[in-house]
Write a protein that binds this ligand. Sequence first.
Ligand code: ADP
Ligand code: NI
Length: 198
Amino acid sequence: MSDIELAALKYAREFFRGDASGHDFYHTERVYKAALRLAENENADREIVALAALLHDVDDRKISPETAQAKKNAALFLESHGVDDKKAAQILEIIGDISFSGGKVPRSIEGKCVQDADRLDAIGAVGIARAFAYGGSRKRPLYDPENVSESTIGHFYDKLLLLKDMLNTESARIIAQERDSFMREFLGEFFDEWNGTK
Ligand code: ADP
Ligand code: NI
């Protein structure tokens, strides 16, 4: 691991300390590790993938609304650690492209790997846990049959069940299959219990 990668890891660990909205440091750490795995399969540049993954949420609109537009936290980190302008621009472009709400497909293979890693962390068992944590942090009900889209269960239908078909890389699609089936199984069980049919 390069010095700058280590510095970014430490920076992210401090930055996300104490988050309870599903964006804690371990989310960033999982995205970083998964992105590196994908990068290896896709022959993507390790340093760009590592830094984009480690910094991908430091200017997220939900966590840091005041720096989101200019991606100030990531930009400052890269500048103060001597990353050259060209590489910094590539990393900042990836960070800007990957959010699911943005709906963009990153141009570079490095960006595709980081976006897939972030999406993989929103599905499966961890994805389920994160969705309810996020919903709770926004005071959303678990489920509301009269207003499904305002509940966390609604978020599965609006977003999480669609993610497996939105991935960029074949290696991520393979990982996503089992996680997606597990979420569907979870929803089946949830409704059985909710409806008292089980
Ligand atoms: P990104 O990683 O691009 O910032 P989001 O911020 O949209 O993605 O999502 C981060 C996490 O928060 C995901 O696990 C996602 O499922 C969860 N989340 C986002 N919006 C909602 C919502 N309305 N209800 C429940 N969970 C949500
Ligand atoms: Ni993320």
